[in-house]
Design a protein. Sequence first.
Length: 491
Amino acid sequence: MRYVSTRGGSEPVSAERAVINGLAPDGGLYVPESFPELSPGAMRDAMKYADRARIVMAPYFQGFDGMRDAVEAAYHGGRFDGPEVAPVTVAGGACYLELWHGPTCAFKDMALQVLPHLFKMSRKMTGQSGDICILTATSGDTGKAALEAFRDIPGIRVICFYPHGGVSETQRLQMVTQEGANLLVSAVRGNFDDAQSGVKKLFDDTDLKDRAALAGVSFSSANSINWGRLAPQIAYYVSAYAQMCAMGKIKPGDRLNFCVPTGNFGNILAGWIAGQMGLPLGRLICASNANNVLTDLIARGRYDRRRELKLTISPSMDILLSSNWERCLYLLSGGDSELVNGCMSSLREEGVYDLPDKVKGRLSEDFYGGCCGDSETKATIRSVFEKEGALLDPHTAVARAVYDGYVHRTGDDTPTVIVSTANAYKFCGAVLEALTGKERPDSAELAEELQRLTGISCPVALMGLSQKPVLHETVAEPGEMRRVVERFIKI
Ligand SMILES: *Cc1c(COP(=O)(O)O)cnc(C)c1O
């Protein structure tokens, strides 16, 4: 399998090159040249999570010997809290795909636990010597998952930038207490988009790259712009489908909807790709919070980022520039990189662009967009807990509310899986407030209170965070991010 850039200005590359590069040299994102067909067995048969993941991923990573061990270590090596890895659960008639059973309690672990293995194999295959320094911007969950995944891996360093004041207290503590000599965490004054575009600027900084290269260091990315982050996510859509068949909720071949709480568009795009590989999908329901750029995009065919980014109780979706949308735009337009370039430059210069009709049509065939503000999110957390006994985190609650609205509006009764992206204890403050109606400052200590109130236990990984020593105290201006990198890699 070869990978092409969405901007059409770079040569096609191998999978190992795509993983090492992260972003294509022309600033585009790598997309596979074609989508391999899933075998019916992969969608239906009972099998271990790692085996299905390997079957789904193998055609994308030809020549990677070691995939079997990689997925085995990632998913069944004691990092996830049970052998199911990504179970589908049913509560009050709704089905949830729980993607938060990994070490950091959010869905980013599903891909990030595999990514170090993909890096290791890719380095060997490309003969890449020297160190890799992974630069990530995080809206809260990617950062911790990347730190945890790459901790103490020789030859790889990770720098993680998060928006100052823009993540939950538990998310912040998870990051700033992170141990590992090869890791650095820094807050950035600004919001997630500032952090993400700051990192993009670092990738484009040829002077920085050249000087790093002299010191034997090259940069890469663990954000979902990296194909190695996206590919492992396809597998859990296939796994959810097989579980729905096993539970008798659908028959093999039946269509299934997924409702996905969406920020950077990586998760939902992986679902769409599963559909391109032959998974029988109905609609992909794209759920946004008050930062509803994608809702407008799907409804009206106009991408318009000219608005203030709002801080919400679902911070991992506080995003106006959904980087993976670029991949979808490229694919829906039939690989029209000229169109992608045009759209991306109007977005950069004017903050807005309109989709051509053919893309708009295909987009609204495959996707439905809906959004939900904080008060509705809280009301959903409360009513779902009280009526159905499930404790949803704010991101999953956004998806649930949007799904209910979708059914109400369309009457679509296709079986649907709501993708549950985080454990509620990562967002104790917001969840407790939703349940009690009492406002209080977010603090990791609220976990005990939430346990008492709900009788649902807090994951071990999130307990005692406030007692751990803080190891990372840097707060940088966006303009200082380069200096942070230089200091860490000593150039
Ligand atoms: C990252 C994240 C999302 C958004 O996923 P994208 O792939 O960026 O669309 C949603 N919920 C949680 C909890 C997340 O961590």
